[in-house]
Design a protein around this ligand. Structure first.
Ligand code: SF4
Length: 458
């Protein structure tokens, strides 16, 4: 790579609000109107199978707020909060445990947040023991944890390894002190390096680094320096997220001086240079925001067309249902989604009443399930083979999606996709606009009325 030419007119044409499609339909369609009985019925039906499980635990506490943050967090310096939270996680696991088929194997575990390592090392051990005593793990299960290097001790890493964690995902975001000051997250590079050394020496199998582009004061040159720095740490994967500016949802983002935010064309230049630099260093561009070494399981799965996309981004675990625990967490089976209560006192109250803390849900129709597959294959494989899709979906793809396929003329004219009688391919340029391409297969999106609730696609 790369001969990629970025046309700034295209950027302004396609830079509209749009979903990231970590679910279909997007979580904005989940509703409190879903009847709990119906949701429970679908969960019971799901547990008549022995499909694999992917478990997610949301650990929301952070000691200070990073002003760009889009996660559901509880900002506190009171360490005692985490011990209380664990008691409620235990209650939630016991309630959900009554519905779960004990024969199902856990193939994936993830601790996200917030800051999972807000927990003290002994609390990490306690939660790990709770999980392993309730669930049966596959021998090769992957267990990943999000790590904030700023207040991490070696003891945390040792505790995480003891309870089976083998993948670490370290938040870096940007190394430039000016950017770090502007977003209220001071993290000297030496601190990141020390934590990465600790991750390696305690025996984690895989290291991912998270960066964000689109933050205040970032330029292509400043971000290139961040990339140069982090490449010295030799990560197995890199997630380079586009900053989602949604101050109407996350009011703290209003603190970011809007004049300092890079323009859409600068963001795209940063993405372009990121793709060029990382691919020239031997990483495969998986899509959207993910890069992996060519021998990494993500890259191997993409080649084999078995890659999946879910709330945790790209994943190699197709056929696993996601059961999530903790405030605000989202669970997913083939037939439904549900999200827990986002407010901590309300989450506790529900569990005190002996009720699962459902806030919202969504019951997927067969049509939703078909479209979810189409959008997922498009975003994971960057192509659609009509015959293969027809076999998989048990419906003639070209007929079912005739209107959607016919709507791609402008995307093809702009060089984002190529169509043939047998399939659709996303071009190298089209990868940058993959959300826009996926939106054409989204039945809930009105073409002329972009949803203002979403971040922009670039
Ligand atoms: S540490 Fe992570 S979750 Fe917590 S405020 Fe910062 S970005 Fe958000």
């Amino acid at each position: 790579m790369s001969t990629l030419k970025v046309d700034l007119d295209l950027v302004s044409k396609y830079n509209v609000p749009g979903p990231r499609y970590t679910s279909y339909p997007p979580a904005t369609h989940f509703t409190a109107e879903v009847r709990e009985e119906e949701l429970l019925e679908r969960i019971r039906t799901n547990n008549e199978t022995q499909r694999d499980l992917s478990l997610y635990f949301h650990l929301p506490f952070c000691r200070s707020l990073c002003w760009y943050c889009g996660c559901t967090t509880v900002i506190t310096t009171q360490q005692a909060q985490s011990a209380r939270y664990l008691k409620y996680l235990e209650k939630e696991m016991a309630l959900m445990g009554k519905l779960l088929n004990a024969k199902r194997k856990v193939v994936q575990l993830h601790f996200g947040g917030g800051t999972p390592t807000f927990l003290k090392p002994e609390e990490i051990r306690r939660l790990g023991t709770m999980i392993h005593s309730q669930f049966e793990f596959a021998p090769d299960a992957e267990a990943g944890v999000e790590i904030d290097p700023r207040r991490l001790t070696r003891e945390h890493l040792v505790a995480l390894r003891e309870v089976g964690f083998n993948r670490a995902s370290v938040g870096v975001q940007d190394n430039d002190p000016k950017v770090q000051r502007a977003v209220h997250r001071i993290q000297p590079f030496d601190q990141t390096r020390l934590v990465v050394d600790g991750i390696r020496s305690t025996g984690f199998k895989s290291l991912n680094l998270d960066l964000i582009y689109g933050l205040p004061h970032q330029t292509a040159a400043s971000f290139e320096q961040t990339l140069t720095d982090v490449l010295k740490l030799n990560p197995d994967r890199l997630a380079v997220f586009s900053y989602a500016h949604v101050p109407w949802i996350k009011p703290a983002q209003k603190i970011l001086a809007s004049g300092a935010l890079p323009a859409a064309e600068v963001k795209l230049q940063i993405l372009k240079l990121t793709i060029e630099k990382l691919t020239s260093e031997g990483y495969v561009y998986i899509g959207m925001d993910h890069f992996a070494r060519a021998d990494d399981e993500l890259a191997v799965a993409q080649k084999a067309k078995t890659l999946q996309r879910n709330f945790q981004g790209y994943s190699t675990h197709g056929g696993a249902d996601i059961y999530s625990f903790g405030m605000s967490s989202i669970s997913q089976t083939e037939a439904c989604y549900w999200q827990n209560i986002k407010d901590l006192p309300e989450y506790y109250k529900s569990l005190d009443q002996g009720r699962l803390p459902f806030a919202k849900g969504y019951l997927s129709t067969i049509e939703d399930q078909i479209r979810r597959q189409v959008i997922m294959r498009l975003m994971c494989d960057l192509s659609l083979d009509y015959a293969a899709m027809s076999r998989y979906l048990e419906t003639d793809f070209a007929t079912h999606f005739a209107a959607e396929l016919a709507s791609l003329d402008d995307l093809e004219a702009d060089g984002l996709v190529e169509r043939s009688a047998t399939g659709l391919t996303v071009t190298e340029l089209g990868r940058l606009f993959i959300r826009n391409i996926a939106m054409r297969f989204d039945a809930y999106r009105k073409v002329q009325e972009p949803e203002p609730r979403f971040s922009k696609t670039i």
